[in-house]
Design a protein. Structure first.
Length: 102
């Protein structure tokens, strides 16, 4: 299958573990939302650096929050939705498609 990383927040874990039978928590995927609605540059750099590494086999699955998807790919997702992203240049990603979780 590949690697499954999740925010430490309950909702992400409650989605990732049943869907993929596994998930390792990673604090870089915790919600970016703050009083400005933006992530710190350090947090975005950590997430984009990991996302830029192609998995050896399978896919890299990230269970995170819509604000993170917005900061990394420029688009919101609805609660529970999944975004399929493709890398662009300079640590940016483009949403190639969305999957409705329910």
């Amino acid at each position: 299958m590949g690697e499954v990383l999740s925010s430490e927040w309950c909702r992400c874990l409650e989605t990732a573990r049943p869907a993929f039978s596994q998930a390792e928590t990673w604090p870089a995927l915790n919600s970016n939302f703050n009083e400005t609605g933006r992530a710190t540059p350090e947090k975005n750099r950590e997430a984009t650096a990991r996302m830029a590494i192609a998995p050896g086999s399978g896919n890299l699955i990230l269970a995170t929050h819509r604000f993170n998807v917005r900061d990394l790919a420029g688009e919101y997702t609805a609660p529970g939705d999944m975004a399929v992203v493709a890398p662009l240049r300079e640590g940016r990603f483009r949403v190639r498609g969305k999957l409705r979780a329910y």
